[in-house]
Every structure is written in structure tokens, then in C-alpha cells.
Ligand binder design. Structure first.
Ligand code: NAD
Length: 297
């Protein structure tokens, strides 16, 4: 058997199109575009790239992008004052503070200062709480993107065995919560799980969010399983090459011999994250303007 390759890149492009057309609609009703503010503190090169691509994608989806690039030695008070200003700004629907922050800034208190109704990353404890009790709030972009790929592929997830590997607040925990809401039977595995291979072998759905290159081989998988690979790992460069290859947590080629469907890295989950960020911003804009959130977005 050769697994179907789940094309996250194409799915994300279609989602961005839909968001773009709803954003146009929103602008005609609300008299302004949906607005996303992105705050970057410091010069972390990867974060600079992420912030740049988020800004471009926001504008391409017909939204307003507000970028705030602050020096690495910005004080907590100055950052909190900026977040307060963005919270109060009616042209801004979503606020994202790019992580990681420099060591002297406490991530929890900065995230806690963002209005939960503008927290389009879904990292605020209020939104984590809403997710866990089944209220509508904002769900972190990467797991929501994984969920969209899963339901697109499988439809109803009721009663399926799902194993999420990884228990971070950003991916593993919200992913498990979403699967539970969809009536899957969910196991969260992590670094202390005993006999991980046997746990994974039970799963109809495997979501790998660990950060260890090619950790999951074909022997771990139940034949026909749907595999969502969140991991992004850079291998050491081959001789003569400047950069190493990007791979996921799943050994893609061999896993494809056993799985029913699998996301590649790159081109699987990665592109979904920004597309869902735009989707969340569109939803925030409608809620903030008192307009009905478009269906099926
Ligand atoms: P994290 O480091 O916060 O969490 C990793 C989790 O893996 C931990 O909960 C840990 O318990 C578990 N773990 C570690 N070693 C393990 C082992 N040997 N066996 C089983 N579990 C183990 O990471 P994260 O932020 O959740 O990210 C996970 C991966 O997903 C990383 O590769 C990251 O780059 C990637 N990621 C991708 C996207 C995307 O847009 N595609 C977004 C976020 C994270």
C-alpha cells in the first residue's frame, strides 16, 4: 500500500482564498479591513522570517497588517503598554506576540495581558479554558490546522483511536482536546510514555508533535492509519550543502508503505499554521464588529 499524501499546502492555499473573499465582504460591511498586529521583540532570525511572512500573508488576504518590531532590551512595562494600546485599538482584531521572547520578559504575563478576544494565537489561559470546556474562543493555529486536515480526510472521527505524541500547550494539549471534542478516543503520549511504539500502533490517527527527526518508523504504525506530522527538524547539511534537509518526526518514505494517509514535511502542517492565523483573525474581526462569523470557515 502507498499512503495518500495529504497536501497541506494546497489546503492552506484554498483556505487563504476563502478567508480573502470573506475579508473583502467584511470590509464592505464594516467599513474597514480586518486588522492583525504582530509584535516582535529582539532580532531572533527565525522569528524575523516568521513575522515577515505573517505580515505578507495578512496583506495578501485583504487584511491590514500592523508590525511592531521592538529592540531586544525592551522592558516588560514598555511591552505591556504597547499591548494595552493594541487591545484598545478598534482597527485591530488580532494581536500576536511572537515567541520566544527574550529571557528577561515573562511569556505568561505578556500573553495574559492580551485581550482574550484578540488572542488569535489561542495561547491565553482564557482561550485554553474555553477550549477545554467547549466554549467558542480561539484555538491555537497549528492544532486547528491539523484538525481541518483530519476532518477533510476522514469526515467523522467518532470512536477512532487517536494518539497525540507531545504534550506542549501550543500543539499537543490543544490537539488532544480538539480530537476529544470530535469524539475520538484520545491518548496523549510524551517523553515518559512506556513502550511508545505499542501505544502508537493502536492508533487510527497519529499526530506527531515531538521535534525528533524521523522518530516514527513504519513498524510503529497500524496499517491504514492517518498520520499528521507536525515536527519540523533540520538535519545536518550533507557535504557541499549549506543547509540540511527539513524532515518531520515521521520517517515519511517508509511510513508511506503502511499508513493510509500522511502529511509530508515540508508542505503538510506547516502551511496550515499561517492560513489558520488569518482565519482566526477573520473570525475575531466579525466578533469584534458584531457581525455573524461566516459559515464553514
Ligand atoms: P515542545 O518541545 O514544546 O514539545 C515536545 C513534546 O514532545 C513534549 O511534550 C515531550 O514530552 C515530547 N517528547 C519529547 N521527546 C519525546 C520522546 N522521545 N518520545 C515521546 N515524546 C517526546 O515542542 P512543540 O512546540 O509542541 O513542537 C513540536 C514539534 O512541532 C517541533 O518540531 C516544532 O518545530 C514543530 N512545530 C511545528 C509547527 C508547524 O507550524 N508545523 C508549529 C509548532 C511546532
Amino acid at each position: 500500500m502507498t499512503a495518500t499524501r495529504i497536501d497541506g499546502k494546497a489546503f492552506a492555499a484554498a483556505l487563504r482564498e476563502r478567508v480573502g473573499s470573506h475579508a473583502l465582504d467584511f470590509a464592505s460591511k464594516a467599513g474597514r479591513k480586518p486588522g492583525l498586529a504582530v509584535v516582535l521583540v529582539g532580532e531572533d532570525p527565525a522569528s524575523q522570517v516568521y513575522v515577515g511572512s505573517k505580515g505578507k500573508a495578512t496583506v495578501a488576504a485583504g487584511m491590514e497588517s500592523f508590525e511592531h518590531r521592538l529592540p531586544a532590551d525592551t522592558s516588560a512595562d514598555a511591552l505591556l503598554a504597547l499591548v494595552d494600546k493594541l487591545n484598545a485599538d478598534e482597527n485591530i482584531d488580532g494581536i500576536l506576540v511572537q515567541l520566544p521572547l527574550p529571557d528577561h520578559l515573562d511569556e505568561h504575563s505578556i500573553i495574559a495581558s492580551i485581550s482574550p478576544d484578540k488572542d488569535v494565537d489561542g495561547f491565553h489561559v482564557i482561550n485554553a479554558g474555553r477550549l477545554s470546556v467547549g466554549q467558542s474562543g480561539f484555538v491555537p493555529c497549528t492544532p486547528l490546522g491539523c484538525m481541518m486536515l483530519l476532518t477533510d480526510r476522514l469526515g467523522d472521527l467518532s470512536g477512532l483511536e487517536a494518539v497525540v505524541i507531545g504534550r506542549s500547550n501550543i500543539v499537543g494539549k490543544p490537539m488532544a482536546q480538539l480530537l476529544l471534542d470530535a469524539n475520538a478516543t484520545v491518548t496523549i503520549a510524551h517523553s515518559r510514555t512506556k513502550d511508545l511504539a505499542a501505544v502508537v500502533k493502536r492508533a487510527d490517527i497519529v499526530v506527531a508533535a515531538v521535534g525528533r527527526p524521523n522518530m516514527i518508523g513504519k513498524d510503529w504504525l497500524k496499517p491504514g492509519a492517518t498520520v499528521i506530522d507536525v515536527g519540523i527538524n533540520r538535519l545536518p547539511p550533507e557535504p557541499g550543502k549549506e543547509k540540511g534537509k527539513l524532515v518531520g518526526d515521521v520517517a515519511f518514505d517508509e511510513a508511506s508503505e503502511v499508513a493510509g494517509a500522511i502529511t509530508p514535511v515540508p508542505g503538510g502542517v506547516g502551511p496550515m499554521t499561517i492560513a489558520v492565523l488569518l482565519r482566526n483573525t477573520l473570525v475575531a474581526a466579525h466578533r469584534n464588529a458584531g457581525l455573524a462569523v461566516p459559515e464553514g470557515i
